[in-house]
Design a protein around this ligand. Structure first.
Ligand code: DC
Length: 225
């Protein structure tokens, strides 16, 4: 697959519930860029592996499952074989399954080309854990978005309550801790800031403020005018 490396990519990596998805959407909208929600690909793999009854420890089968995925991403929804799975893949259970299968190198490798294919003109905003370190190491702007665990737990709690899903703040906090440590301590492509990433702490910043900071950085880097 040939990739046009002159097409700009902005990477936004960070822990669960740091707000990277909303920031990526806002930045992409302001710039008219495409978006890659890489976590959705891990979640789709988890969902499909479960549906197919694949052993979640079987790296080879999981990689084959990831390669065979044929999702359709529209502006706000994700479909698999014409089935709208947007809400299903957002469930905490699927997020945890995605995190549990994400350490397998063969699975990560199977998703690489698919992720890089999102790099299309006029540009891409990619969010995940390893966008700046592994998937787009040549990205001209890399952001590492962090927020303390209490701020992230509160955000996740509010999202769930707004969706009408019962939620327990303490359980969410414990879950975030567990997922952070699994994502950051795995051997392959762990959650980590790239050496040339700019860290933004969003614990006390609103979404619009974070988006504005990223857009300022993009201007300062000459990615956009
Ligand atoms: O960003 P998210 O919560 O939708 O991601 C779900 C899981 O997928 C996350 O806990 C770890 C994995 N993931 C990954 O390993 N690498 C990525 N680039 C994105 C997600």
């Amino acid at each position: 697959m040939t990739i046009d490396s002159t097409i700009p990519v902005l990477t936004i990596d960070g822990p669960t519930a740091s707000g990277k998805g909303s920031v990526a959407d806002g930045v992409a909208e302001a710039l008219g860029f495409h978006v890659l929600d890489s976590g959705a690909l891990y979640r789709l793999t988890a969902l499909d592996a479960e549906r197919l009854g694949i052993d979640l420890n079987d790296e080879v089968e999981l990689a084959a499952c990831a390669l065979a995925l044929d999702p359709t991403f529209t502006a706000s929804r994700i479909f698999m074989d014409a089935r709208d799975v947007t809400d299903e893949i957002r469930a905490e259970r699927i997020g945890n399954l995605a995190s549990a299968i994400a350490p397998f190198p063969a699975l990560r490798g199977a998703l690489l080309d698919r992720q890089r294919a999102f790099r299309r003109a006029p540009g891409l905003v990619a969010d995940g854990r390893d966008m700046g370190t592994i998937v787009f190491p040549d990205a001209p702007l890399k952001v590492f978005l962090v927020a303390d665990v209490d701020a992230r737990a509160e955000r996740r709690y509010r999202q769930l309550i707004e969706r009408g899903t019962p939620a327990d703040l303490d359980l969410i906090r414990q879950d975030l801790h567990a997922r952070d440590s699994r994502d950051a301590n795995r051997k392959v492509a762990p959650l980590a800031a790239a050496a040339d990433a700019v860290t933004i702490d969003s614990s006390t910043l609103g979404l619009e403020e974070v988006i504005a900071r990223v857009l300022d950085l993009a201007k300062a880097k000459g990615i956009v005018r």
